[in-house]
Design a protein. Structure first.
Length: 138
């Protein structure tokens, strides 16, 4: 059994954003040499997310609108967490979109569905955050 750990770093220019990270994860898998196993991709910050879905701009905009409707950023003072901060909504958006994904590795490739892509979701951006990629297998 072999294990590989690498980190991806992101600093989105806006408060919220969605980044397709599939290619970066595939490159880590390729370098690992692992042919069969599992790949964990984990957002290591409490106001960001990793999730799998379709890379279609309309859908990503719909996610953003939907999340903002569920946990609006403004008014900032409507959240108890925001006494001294302004990111309570980002914590809630992360909770909805998820912390991590696990993808099977089959014959040296991420075993994703036809339209599935791995995304980094940022809900309190403009600062550097990291993502863990851990691949275990043979």
């Amino acid at each position: 059994m072999k294990s590989v750990t690498e980190y991806l770093w992101f600093c989105t220019p806006s408060r919220r954003g969605y980044v397709n990270i599939t290619t970066q994860v595939e490159e880590i898998l390729r370098r690992s040499g692992i042919r069969e196993g599992l790949c964990l991709v984990n957002a290591m910050h409490i106001t960001s997310s990793v999730f799998i879905n379709d890379d279609e701009s309309g859908l990503l905009a719909d996610f953003d609108d939907w999340l903002e409707g569920l946990a609006p950023h403004d008014p900032v003072d409507s959240y108890r967490h925001n006494r001294g901060e302004d990111n309570a909504d980002a914590h809630m958006k992360r909770q909805i979109m998820g912390r991590e994904v696990v993808v099977a590795v089959t014959e040296g490739r991420l075993d994703l569905g036809t339209w599935e892509r791995i995304f980094y979701g940022e809900f309190d951006g403009r600062r550097r955050k990291r993502i863990l990629v851990k691949i275990i297998g043979e």
